[in-house]
Design a protein around this ligand. Structure first.
Ligand SMILES: Cc1cc2nc3c(=O)[nH]c(=O)nc-3n(C[C@H](O)[C@H](O)[C@H](O)COP(=O)(O)O)c2cc1C
Length: 344
């Protein structure tokens, strides 16, 4: 069942800990996944290159294998006038924290892409994964050349073919049920929502690469379904958000168990790129008014979101979560991963 993948990544437990940038993924989560016989990914997104290197150092010193996940550049440039209009519209939310959102110009940075790649080429890690964009073939070849396995997140068969043509080793197939940002290559026009098992079958028919399936997996029966559809392994994020090793904020943890938070929705109101989150006031008020624009909207709203987290204000915070959030329990990472393989 796992042969295609285990030829290149050792996995006794084929349920992988997904990278979750912005706090939830910690070196402790990644080490715990490895000690459970699986694999974890450090989340380098939003971090500086030195901060990424520091986390690599911590996990490496534990003597375990691991992956590192990067946001590959695929910018969604914002319309500057629409950006300023949106800043004015959401300023009312920031007033309560004494924050001015209206003074700045859009920031269109690349998340220190080249510096991070330079670190990963100079000091190679076992596995690197990319989301948001597909790096060019030369960069993928360079990483493979230093012995790194390259994984690419895809959300459709067309994206799978593009990633395969660029020379990656493994695909992370992400369905629309997934928590956090979609890895879609076309954020303005994401592929239609298709159940994960169906997406895996479509991609299995299109490419021969090993597939890691992610999005909405919360129980052992879901793991069995996507493996039966052709996945070589599974990846979970949301069900790890309340684990002992996660760095998830207390406001986010509490929202995941709040009976009043009864659904997740896809929103671009916080960051300008589609992401699945627990529905809250900010999304209800601004989803229809927000322009697309990543990373400009991420930078626009970050101070407000930090203030909201510090003030325990879940209605102004991006509460990333996939559809399986009710199954996120407060327990060790290893226990979650090993429970999920019990039907295989
Ligand atoms: C809080 C959170 C943060 C995430 N951050 C990242 C990230 O930095 N990079 C990435 O490739 N995927 C990220 N994801 C998506 C996961 O890698 C994975 O695709 C998803 O969690 C799988 O679906 P599930 O949440 O339903 O298990 C994030 C997901 C969550 C819930």
């Amino acid at each position: 069942m796992q042969s295609r993948l285990t030829k290149i990544i050792e996995l006794a437990v084929p349920v992988i800990a997904a990278p979750m940038a912005g706090g939830p993924t910690t070196p402790a989560m990644v080490s715990a996944a490895a000690r459970a016989g699986s694999l974890g990914f450090l989340a380098a997104g939003y971090k500086t290159a030195p901060a990424m290197a520091e986390q690599i150092h911590i996990v490496r010193s534990e003597g375990v294998s691991f992956g590192v996940n990067l946001f590959a550049p695929n910018p969604v440039p914002v319309d500057v006038a629409a950006f300023h209009r949106y800043a004015e519209i959401i300023q009312g939310e920031a007033d309560r924290y004494g924050i001015d959102l209206t003074a700045g110009e859009p920031i269109e940075d690349d998340d220190q892409w080249h510096d991070k790649i330079a670190v990963l080429l100079a000091d190679p890690v076992p596995v690197v994964s990319f989301t948001f964009g597909v790096p060019d073939r030369a960069m993928i070849t360079a990483l493979r050349g230093v012995g790194t396995v390259v994984v690419q997140t895809v959300t459709s068969a067309a994206e799978a073919l593009a990633a395969s043509a660029a020379g990656v080793d493994v695909l992370a197939v992400q369905a629309a049920a997934a928590g956090g940002h979609s890895g879609t290559l076309t954020p303005h026009d994401p592929p239609p929502a298709v159940p994960l098992a169906e997406l895996v079958s479509q991609i299995r028919a299109a490419v021969a690469l090993p597939l890691i399936a992610a999005g909405g997996i919360a129980e052992a029966s879901g793991v069995l379904a996507v493996v039966s559809a052709g996945a070589d392994a599974v990846m979970v994020g949301t069900v790890l958000l309340r684990t002992d090793e996660a760095g998830t904020s207390s406001t986010h943890r509490a929202a995941l168990t709040d009976p009043n938070r009864s659904e997740t929705v896809v929103t671009h109101a916080f960051t300008g790129r589609p992401a699945r989150a627990l529905r809250n006031t900010f999304i209800d008020r601004y989803e229809d008014l927000a322009p697309y624009g990543y990373p400009a909207l991420h930078h626009l709203t970050i101070a407000l979101r930090r203030a909201a987290a510090a003030a325990d204000d879940p209605d102004r915070l991006h509460l990333w979560a996939g559809t399986g959030y009710r199954h996120a329990m407060a327990e060790p990472v290893g226990q979650v991963l090993t429970r999920l393989v019990t039907s295989l």
